[in-house]
Design a protein around this ligand. Structure first.
Ligand code: SAH
Length: 244
């Protein structure tokens, strides 16, 4: 009787151990699979379209995009497309995130402001490259969720805020770079005023159907701007839900 009990207990422990090993190997295999998908994304979606800044490419290799999408889209996380997130918003297409990041010509010491935290993916890409990232989201739920994820992933250089990014973040201005990921009809003066000397800003501007990505540079106190790409972003909205 006693021996039987011992055998049953031992088999139980052995079975749990085997299951644990199996589970761990499935997790490792899945992580390897995602790493492979990221490398493929870098090669086929970014390098082929002119993204050649190694710091930007490395950030795309490192950031686990599948952690930033809704559970039902995890298998599509590395596709060449935007994906829906909560509150009717979107996580942008990897190429657009890369294009905007590369256009800002970032260096490690830069302090960057992002308007439109959304999933947090763009902020994480920036945080791999620069010392500090300030990001503002108007929807409380999105902002809170992104903040929790940044903590989980160990990003201690991302500072989050819930509020209207149209006004920028004066307490931490000026910024070396500003990236706007929701489209207003005109470029907010408040954001221009928060650009440091030598600072760069990239922002989608326009209506619902047609928008241009505009790159601005603040040189010797004068702002020069140029349109660089036609794009389609969600609208920038006020706290009352009106489009800017
Ligand atoms: N950068 C995001 C893209 C999110 S889409 C990512 O990597 O996933 C744009 C985001 O801008 C949305 O989450 C939307 O809620 C937010 N947004 C719109 N108007 C805003 C405003 N005035 N201030 C701050 N965020 C705003």
């Amino acid at each position: 009787m006693k021996i039987n009990n011992k055998i049953i207990r031992f088999s139980g422990i052995l079975l749990s151990f085997i299951l644990l090993i199996l589970f761990a190997s499935v997790c490792v295999a899945q992580e390897d699979n995602f790493r492979g998908l990221r490398e493929q994304m870098v090669r086929t979606q970014l390098k082929t379209r002119g993204i050649d800044n190694e710091k930007v490419l490395d950030a795309f290799r490192n950031v686990e995009r599948h952690r930033f999408v809704l559970p039902r889209y995890v298998s599509m996380a590395y596709r060449d497309s935007p994906l829906p997130i909560e509150e009717g918003q979107t996580i942008s297409q990897p190429y657009i995130v890369a294009y905007m990041t590369q256009a800002l010509k970032l260096v490690k010491e830069d302090k960057v402001l992002e308007i439109g935290t959304g999933s947090g993916y763009q902020a994480a890409i920036l945080a791999e490259i620069v010392d500090s990232v300030y990001t503002i989201e108007i929807f409380e739920e999105l902002g809170k969720k992104a903040k929790t994820l940044f903590n989980e992933l160990g990003y201690d250089n991302i500072y989050t805020k819930i509020g209207d990014g149209y006004k920028g973040w004066p307490a931490h201005a000026p910024f070396d770079a500003i990236i706007v990921t929701a489209a207003p009809s005109n470029i907010p003066e408040s954001l221009k005023n928060q650009l440091a000397e030598g600072g760069r800003m990239i922002i989608p501007v326009g209506g619902d159907a047609v928008q241009e990505l505009v790159l601005l540079k603040n040189k010797n106190g004068k702002i020069k701007q140029q349109s660089v790409l036609p794009v389609r972003f969600v609208p920038m909205i006020s706290e009352e839900g009106e489009k800017y």
